[in-house]
Design a protein around this ligand. Structure first.
Ligand code: DGT
Ligand code: MG
Length: 602
């Protein structure tokens, strides 16, 4: 909660102004029954005789001078007065709501922005740990809860106690015995609140968890819609969704069931109190002369009782909102308080002959046990060299290259770029040096040109076209009517697998990186397109260090050096010819691919 107040500080003016305005509104509301009393007692019952009411006689004397007034005169005067008070109260109310909304939305906006920035700075392992669904809920639903809470706080913090105390005082000024009625009603209300809130609050924190779960399922199903359809798993996934949905519904129902007790109890207590007031008032009018008890007083008393009890209801709502917000604050705090495990250094510019080196590197995914995914990795990749990595699926190729842009940090050993340990690099500068074409192409909704400019924001049209040409993407881009302005659907769904891969390669090339990492980036291309791409890369990217992962020997055999990776370690390393002679593993791969149609010779 401390954090919320810290955020609220920025909106201190609005946060103070809002409760002050609320005082005006409450004050107006508290005045109304008093004015009403004059209308009923002097205007209607006494036919315009205001002598029985101090308020009535004072106001009439000021407005019309001494004398007698007609019944209508009193009714209209006080009617207009009531209207004026309502308007003033309404004005204060609107202004208060406006200030409260502005302050709370501001807090929400800042919170969301900070949480978002934090999520972006976290490493992959940390976001994985939170899960995407949970992060989305935290940034949307939880922040909304906090916004509602702040708004409630600014409006109700003053309103409820003022109504409660003001109402009680006004009630006492009408007649002391009415106060006693309230004193009997209050313990009943307090008991109920204790019972209801005590049971409901713990459930509120559970609701958020259930919502997380639902979000996770929805997210997975929406992104995996194609697979679900392909495997005809709609029923299975529907059931999974249904389970999460039902769980959320049941928890909500449970809490609402408890809260449902509140309203009837409040109504019963309120009506009992009203009956008591009418009874006591009526009895006084009949039996005790000279107490000043009138029908108008009784009416005013009823209004005040309603206001006092309603204020208790508001307190309950406030507690409800606080308990929900507490759970949300804790969840948002968890995000804000997470320190990124990958900490940026400050080296920004380096030059060196050895582009990438790894010495005695071993790596294990965080929070996993057993054999490390990579071990005893020693490589030195020279500047401008084309270094290929080949190996069986699951052997650790992707994991190895993930260490270069620091998606993960090596568990042991050291990774250097230009001779500088990567931990010393400014993260932004480090990643700026590298262009990474992932094994799974990720494109974003937008035009082709926009997607390619991801590589370099200020790339000229010429640069974009050239990159597309090298990546062999130009042909298919130009086949669209809009060319580079053709729109790509979310995640690149409107492109074929091979088109996506070429787009990803072009996006990387636009950056003109010092180090280009291609993780199985040509797997979906036919052999002739891949050949053309390799040739273009060779001529156009002189001086760029290329690290390419591939499954096919044909893709790597032209590389300067090829590393054969097996079970997380580099078995052999050398040129195609060298490996054919000296590496059994490489020969095995070679002969197996030869058998499958001689693709090696392509
Ligand atoms: P591929 O792409 O199928 O040819 O295989 P590689 O060689 O790229 O394999 P890689 O590096 O993705 O996976 C090596 C091992 O590491 C494999 O047993 C799965 C495991 N692994 C991969 N990614 C993660 C991850 O994000 N978290 C955990 N805990 N394990 C992972
Ligand atoms: Mg891989």
């Amino acid at each position: 909660m401390k954090r919320i107040f810290h955020y609220l500080k920025k909106y201190a003016f609005l946060a103070v102004l809002s409760p002050l305005l609320m005082i005006g509104e409450v004050f107006a509301d508290l005045c109304l029954p008093k004015l009403m009393t004059v209308i009923v007692d002097c205007g209607i019952a006494a036919g315009g005789d205001v002598s029985g009411s101090k308020l009535g006689s004072t106001v009439m004397r000021i407005l019309f001078g001494e004398g007698t007034y007609s019944s209508m005169q009193v009714i209209i005067t006080f009617g207009i007065l009531m209207l004026v008070v309502v308007l003033i109260g309404g004005f204060f109310g609107v202004m208060c709501a406006y200030c409260a909304a502005k302050a709370s939305q501001g807090v929400g906006d800042d919170l969301r922005r900070d949480a978002y920035a934090k999520v972006m700075s976290l490493s992959i392992e940390q976001t994985d740990k939170f899960t995407t669904g949970s992060l989305v809920t935290r940034m949307t639903n939880d922040v909304t809860m906090i916004i509602e809470f702040v708004e409630m706080l600014l409006r109700m913090l003053v309103r409820s106690p003022m109504f409660f105390i003001g109402g009680l005082i006004m009630l006492m000024t009408l007649d002391f015995s009415f106060g006693i009625v309230m004193l009997c009603a209050l313990p009943v209300m307090a008991l109920m609140l204790f019972f209801v809130l005590g049971r409901a609050i713990p459930i509120y924190s559970k609701i958020q968890l259930k919502l997380d779960r639902l979000n996770c399922v929805v997210q997975e199903n929406v992104t995996g819609a194609r697979v679900i359809k392909a495997y005809v798993k709609e029923d299975y996934e529907s059931k999974r969704f249904e389970a999460a949905n039902a769980d959320l519904r049941d928890t909500n129902v449970k809490v609402q069931r408890i809260m449902a007790v509140m309203h009837p109890v409040l109504t019963v207590v309120m009506n009992a109190a009203i009956i008591a007031v009418i009874y006591i008032g009526g009895w006084q009018i009949d039996n005790v002369g000279g107490t000043g008890m009138t029908a108008g007083t009784i009416m005013a008393a009823i209004t005040y009782i309603t206001q006092v009890l309603m204020s208790i209801m508001m307190v309950t709502m406030m507690f409800q909102s606080i308990s929900r917000a507490m759970a949300s604050v804790r969840r948002v705090n968890e995000v804000l308080d997470t320190d990124p495990v990958i900490v940026s250094g400050n080296v920004t510019k380096t030059e060196g002959e050895i582009a990438v080196s790894m010495s005695n590197v071993s790596f294990r995914y965080p929070e996993t046990t057993g054999r490390p995914v990579l071990h005893d990795i020693n490589i030195e990749i020279k500047k401008g060299e084309t270094f290929a990595i080949i190996g069986a699926t699951g052997s650790g190729k992707t994991s190895l290259v993930n260490l270069i842009p620091r998606f993960y940090d090596a568990t042991e050993g050291e990774v250097r770029i230009d001779g500088e340990p990567i931990a010393n690099y400014d993260l932004h500068a480090l990643r700026q040096k590298i262009a990474f074409v992932m094994q799974k192409s990720e494109l974003f909704s937008g035009t082709i040109a926009e997607n390619l400019r991801w590589g370099k924001e200020d790339a000229t049209d010429g640069e974009i076209k050239q990159a597309a040409r090298i990546a062999q993407a130009e042909d298919f881009v130009l086949s669209f009517n809009e060319g580079y302005d053709a729109y790509i659907a979310e995640k690149g769904a409107s492109l074929s697998g091979g088109q996506k891969q070429r787009m990803s390669i072009a996006r990387a090339l636009v950056r003109r990186p010092e180090i280009l990492i291609l993780d199985d980036a040509t797997s979906a291309l036919d052999l002739s397109t891949e050949g053309k791409l390799r040739a273009a890369l060779k001529t156009e990217l002189k001086g760029t260090t290329v690290i390419m992962i591939a499954q096919r020997i044909a893709s790597v055999k032209d590389a300067d050096r090829i590393a054969v990776i097996d079970h997380g370690t580099i078995k052999d390393c050398g040129s195609h010819e060298y490996l054919l002679e000296h590496s059994e593993t490489y020969r095995d791969i070679y002969s197996s691919q030869m058998k499958n149609g001689g693709v090696v010779n392509e």
